[in-house]
Design a protein around this ligand. Structure first.
Ligand SMILES: C[S@@+](CC[C@H](N)C(=O)[O-])C[C@H]1O[C@@H](n2cnc3c(N)ncnc32)[C@H](O)[C@@H]1O
Length: 404
């Protein structure tokens, strides 16, 4: 570790099921000692790695720098532990701070109360030392502090991202039910897509999956359009390193070799997705149109289709089941040669597609536990195999219908 270029131990937070994808992303970015944990990946790197991680990671929600760990069995021990940290090295006495707390503890059960206690400890330290105190600013803080308590173990980190990294800046709030950008990127990366060939989203909503696919196809850093990252307001911010990291990442953007198409049954979704695609700078790369899934056909040559359909949790199974059956029929009829991945929280409805998944992955869409199923639609191969099986007279049915 050199004085001029110190190494930091960092933790990138992610969603359940995306840890290995994030670990691989970090290795590609030059991070060292990369280790996957539950919803997080720890790693080491210098400032350039920290900046690159924020700019380029597709499946990270936050990049944290842990600065202290201690045990606390009550409020007083928590307050004292936080007050022992020398906050003057991170924040000016008239600076602005925000604290986010996550808890897995029987001792501490109210995250807002813990944030308040920690804020008091920091503010008291400044007041006692300088007679002045920093203020709390939820939207434009100079320092975002992350407190995580697991049982009695308190981890204090500086949040180098500040606002969550899923806020790429291309999407405004919409009334649709958009999928989180980090989930969307992770879903595409879990398929092993190489960023080339046909990519279809037939229920594209606000276009999140299409835009994430477009950025992957062009090797575009997902957070190029962010107004600011937390580390840009830190005392140790090095603008030269950051501008070099940005330039290097921009230089690696390439022409797309993918044919990315989206459709949706509502005009509104298509209007919103067009606006978002424009904001993401991907007008040339993504085509969308207003169509029902019942009337679309996969472009020749096969490829990848990802569907985030309505889950219909509140609908009777007959009704939502008929919709999923229609999806399965349409995949078989019009998407020969495609790998189709479908995410849904409705496992009973997924079975109604009548197709046997070749892969099942557990993911979360927000708080909803989902299954992400892969269906390989290869009619030609299947028919040939079926024929061969029939000729051999073994009568074996080739797994078209899911059992159980
Ligand atoms: C859960 S949303 C997709 C959200 C999208 N992934 C996003 O990030 O915004 C489901 C979408 O399926 C569309 N949809 C429902 N039935 C459809 C059908 N039969 N054909 C095409 N689109 C349909 C809805 O209009 C809605 O936009």
């Amino acid at each position: 570790m050199s004085e001029l270029n110190p190494m930091y131990a960092m933790v990138a937070k992610t969603q359940f099921g995306l840890e290995q994808i994030l670990a691989e992303e970090l290795r590609q970015l030059g991070a060292e000692e990369v280790e996957a944990h539950n919803r997080a990946v720890s790693f080491k790197g210098d400032l350039a790695v920290m900046y690159r991680a924020n700019l380029c990671l597709r499946t990270a929600l936050k990049v944290l720098v842990p600065i202290n760990k201690f045990r606390a069995n009550n409020e007083t021990q928590l307050y004292d532990g936080i007050k022992k940290i020398n906050w003057g090295q991170y924040l000016e006495k008239d600076g602005r701070l925000v604290i986010h707390t996550s808890l897995r503890s029987d001792i501490f059960t109210h995250s807002q109360y813990v944030s308040l206690k920690c804020k008091d400890a920091i503010v008291d330290q400044f007041r006692e030392k300088y007679g002045e105190r920093p203020s709390v600013d939820l939207t434009h803080p100079d320092l975002s502090i992350d407190i995580h308590i697991n049982k009695d173990e308190v981890t204090v980190s500086l949040d180098s991202s500040s606002e969550s990294l899923h806020r790429r800046g291309y999407r405004t709030d919409s009334t649709l039910a958009p999928i989180n950008e980090v989930t969307a990127a992770g879903m595409i990366m879990l398929t092993g897509w190489n960023g080339e060939g046909n990519y279809y989203d037939p229920m594209c909503g606000s276009g999140t999956l299409l835009i994430e696919a477009g950025m992957i196809a062009r090797n575009m850093p997902p957070n190029l359009k962010r107004a600011q990252f937390g580390f840009e307001r830190w005392k140790n911010f090095d603008p030269m390193i950051f501008s070099q990291v940005r330039e290097d990442a921009i230089a690696q953007i390439r022409e797309s070799k993918a044919n990315i198409i989206g459709s949706d049954k509502t005009f509104k979704a298509i209007d919103i997705s067009r606006e978002n695609i424009t904001r993401a700078g991907l007008d040339e790369d993504i085509k969308v149109s207003n169509k029902r899934f019942e009337e679309v056909k996969g472009p020749e040559g096969g490829g990848l289709m990802i569907i985030n359909p309505p889950y219909g949790e509140r609908l009777p199974i007959d009704e939502i089941g008929a919709f999923y059956k229609m999806m399965g029929d349409q995949m078989k009829k019009e998407f020969d040669g495609y790998d189709v991945w479908v995410i849904s929280s409705n496992i009973a409805a997924l079975k109604m597609t009548g197709l046997a998944p070749s892969k099942k992955i557990q993911l979360f869409n927000g708080a909803l536990e989902c299954r992400y199923h892969k269906f390989e639609i290869y009619r030609g191969t299947r028919d040939k195999k079926k024929l061969a099986a029939q000729e051999e007279g073994d009568g074996e049915r080739l797994g078209e219908v899911e059992k159980g």
